[in-house]
Design a protein around this ligand. Sequence first.
Ligand SMILES: C[S@@+](CC[C@H](N)C(=O)[O-])C[C@H]1O[C@@H](n2cnc3c(N)ncnc32)[C@H](O)[C@@H]1O
Length: 303
Amino acid sequence: MSNFVPTHIPVLPKEILEYFHEIENKENPIFLDGTAGEGGHSELLLKEFPKAKLILNDRDSIMLGRASARLEAFSGRFFPLEGNFSEVSTEDIQERIGQDKVDGILLDLGISTFHLTSSERGFSFKNEEYLDMRLDETSKLTAFEVLNKYKAEKLSQIFREYGEENWTKKIVEKILLVRKKNPIRTTLDLAKLVESVIPRKFWPDKTHPSFRVFQAVRIEVNNELGHIREGLENLANLLNQGGILCVISFHSLEDRIVKQVFKEISKDERFSVLTKKPIITNDEEIKLNPSSRSAKLRVLKAI
Ligand SMILES: C[S@@+](CC[C@H](N)C(=O)[O-])C[C@H]1O[C@@H](n2cnc3c(N)ncnc32)[C@H](O)[C@@H]1O
């Protein structure tokens, strides 16, 4: 028996299961968890649908290892696939389960609690860590390079677009000044730099003033929005008739893309959006899991 101890709590668990009960093939469904993380949602699905098989995908090999360890008890029913959800192909599915398509796909976007608290890759402003922020350690661009090599215009663009940061101009000025003398090397270098720029009376109540800058750099390093934009249509086309695609996003930039791309896809009469408005977490869930507070679920069906 695995002694795996999860750090991440899966969000909207009840709602996800309810939507997956809408798939037509409920007897022997095939699922694709495109963002396995620690396998919390995958575990729920494998329990709820006792004859289901599941492809377990993550671009982070460490997470895929953690999810596989967690799911040890379901050995023979889940099939790991390391890579980007935007690139999953019919061949990948065929190789693992002998079919071309699947009945349910889940994307739970962003990073896991494990990344923030324990990965030591510089995702959090709380611990002193080297500014790496790559989900996929085979990719080249790191947060260090973004902060120390990007020109002012490019930095301003990512802080504005991906962080919606009002203090962009002053933060970029300070970055240029600091890095002339010494590189910005660690998470605390960055967190303190932002603290020194934003007056205390403008700091947010529930988080650190640098959280927007951290979010922006992480999105840039991992091209997170690009993969959502490129990936959703590809994934929708991997659904069997009667299949469901559930996408959970965590900030307005992601949700806007999911909404737009679902609208585009559903111009094709083979698809229909089941959620007119996104499903959000209730107070009870937020109390149990405060990081679920910004989650939004949108669902697409192949009809
Ligand atoms: C919020 S966590 C998922 C948590 C998971 N649902 C659970 O219950 O444990 C998001 C995961 O998606 C992965 N990820 C992010 N972008 C990805 C992409 N484009 N392709 C594949 N995996 C990705 C991250 O590495 C992370 O492990």
